[in-house]
Design a protein around this ligand. Structure first.
Ligand code: FES
Ligand SMILES: [Fe+2]
Length: 457
């Protein structure tokens, strides 16, 4: 069991301040030239659904790591991603004409292919033409199973796509959703590695007799202050929270992961089939796109009551506003800060829904956005229940500094297969078995449930 140690100082209200102002800035700033931005630019980023781009269709504004980009699908089906500014005189290529294998700037007609090569300069005479010397700032893009991935790092050193279990599922087998969140990526991600909130934010009003007896998720309602272990893994950070069961020889475990640079695997479902990951992709420092990927055959956690009806407040689905062409116009939810997430105060008061907000994702969205655009870490009073969060912050800081100071590549860039050994979920295990042994035993016992994977080590 690893404890949080290190640069712990008191903040001005007496609580433990585990994240210094410098670390806070390092963690939350992702634009070009920042340490965290550089770390994230070492990895492929899930940026959009393939279905957002039609061949010769409208160019799409795409905001990634603080960079304003334009994405389009050319006549041959390739997705191009480039800076939105035309390299001639910086008119936005959003207004460009997507025609015959390239995007033509509407200002003077210069045309660029999906790789960013300038292929036409029609406002110049042929002896003045210098198109072979001009390149739009373009990023490599790849498609896999319904997702468009973008690599924004050194375009001469492009790594392989990450090998995460749910990202390898065929398109029809995966549940895939995007949702924009109006806050910094870190606080959004931290909601997913914060084990003790389930019993309050999501399940604070649930009574044990509402939950089917054979659903092990019920143990979260019996013990709302779980003990847990945190440890560093090759791919990031892992926790295992444990609770007692009726059987004095068994513990109920919930294991979850953080994976570099911005992935989580939440624990809410049966470990053996729980193929799920979420990317918390920074659009800029104050907006995040959640990319959720999971296997449709997952056995999910606590969702329905003993009659099979949905539990109050617990739904996964979301209603969206129609996408617009704005930089912040993709995958916005209809319930949002402007309408207080459609909070039902009566349901909150009569203890039907703890938050009064309906929807698991929306409950997380409301609390993480309510922290402000970027959490002021000075205000925090971190507790032992936050050890997964402090350790993950520390690992991110360490990796970003190692990259900046020693040019050390972060985990999984060169060896993306290591992500395949990570999974999350719940299971029962004998009390006298070490939790890491129990984890690897479950991985072995349930290796490759989808048929797409290599067996875990
Ligand atoms: S600004 Fe694009 S062609 Fe002139
Ligand atoms: Fe949550």
């Amino acid at each position: 069991m690893l404890e949080t140690k290190g640069a712990e100082t008191k903040n001005n209200r007496g609580g433990l301040k585990l994240t210094t102002t410098r670390e806070s800035q390092l963690l939350t700033q992702v634009g070009p030239g920042t340490a965290m931005g550089n770390l994230m630019r070492q990895y492929w980023i899930p940026a959009a659904k393939s279905s957002e781009f039609l061949a010769d269709g409208d160019p799409v504004r795409l905001l990634l790591l603080g960079e304003k980009l334009i994405a389009f699908r050319d006549s041959s089906g390739h997705v191009g991603v480039m800076d939105h500014r035309c390299p001639h005189r910086c008119a936005s290529l959003f207004f460009g004409r997507n025609e015959k294998d390239g995007l033509r700037c509407v200002y003077h007609g210069w045309k660029f292919d999906a790789e960013g090569n300038c292929v036409d300069m029609p406002n110049l005479h042929s002896h003045q033409d210098f198109k072979e010397k001009v390149k739009a700032k373009a990023y490599k893009a790849k498609e896999r199973n319904g997702l468009v991935w973008v690599f924004m790092g050194d375009q001469q050193k492009v790594p392989p796509l990450p090998q995460l279990e749910p990202a390898l599922l065929d398109e029809g087998e995966a549940r895939l959703f995007f949702a924009m969140r109006e806050c910094n990526w870190l606080q959004a991600l931290e909601g997913d590695i914060d084990t003790s909130h389930f019993s309050f934010l999501h399940g604070g009003s649930l009574k044990i007799d509402q939950v089917p007896e054979d659903n092990p998720g019920k143990y979260q309602l019996l013990d709302r202050a779980p003990n847990y272990h945190v440890t560093d893994m090759e791919w990031g950070t892992m926790y295992g929270a444990f609770r007692p069961t009726e059987d004095p020889n068994q513990h109920y475990w919930r294991v979850a992961q953080f994976l570099f640079p911005f992935w989580t695997m939440p624990p809410d479902g049966d470990f053996d089939h729980h193929i799920v990951a979420r990317a918390w992709v920074p659009m800029d420092d104050t907006h995040t796109m959640v990319v959720h990927l999971s296997w449709k055959k997952n056995i999910q956690g606590v969702r329905v009551d003993r009659n099979g009806d949905p539990l109050p407040g617990i739904i996964m689905g979301m209603e969206y506003l129609p996408n617009s062409t704005d930089w912040y116009g993709r995958w916005r939810l209809a319930a949002n800060a402007s309408n207080d997430y459609m909070i039902d105060r009566e349901a909150q008061r009569n203890d039907e829904i703890f938050t009064g907000i309906t929807g698991l994702h929306l409950q997380d969205q409301a609390v993480t956005e309510s922290m402000g655009p970027i959490t002021d870490h000075e205000w925090e009073h971190l507790a032992p229940s936050d050890r997964m969060i402090t350790r993950t912050r520390r690992n991110l800081v360490k990796a970003a500094r190692a990259l900046a100071e020693e040019h050390k590549l972060p985990p999984g860039v060169e060896n993306p297969d290591l992500f395949l050994a990570a999974r999350s979920g719940d299971f029962l295990a004998p009390r006298d078995v070490d939790w890491m042994d129990a984890y690897w035993e479950r991985m072995r016992a349930s290796a490759n449930p989808t048929g797409h994977l290599k067996a875990a080590e």
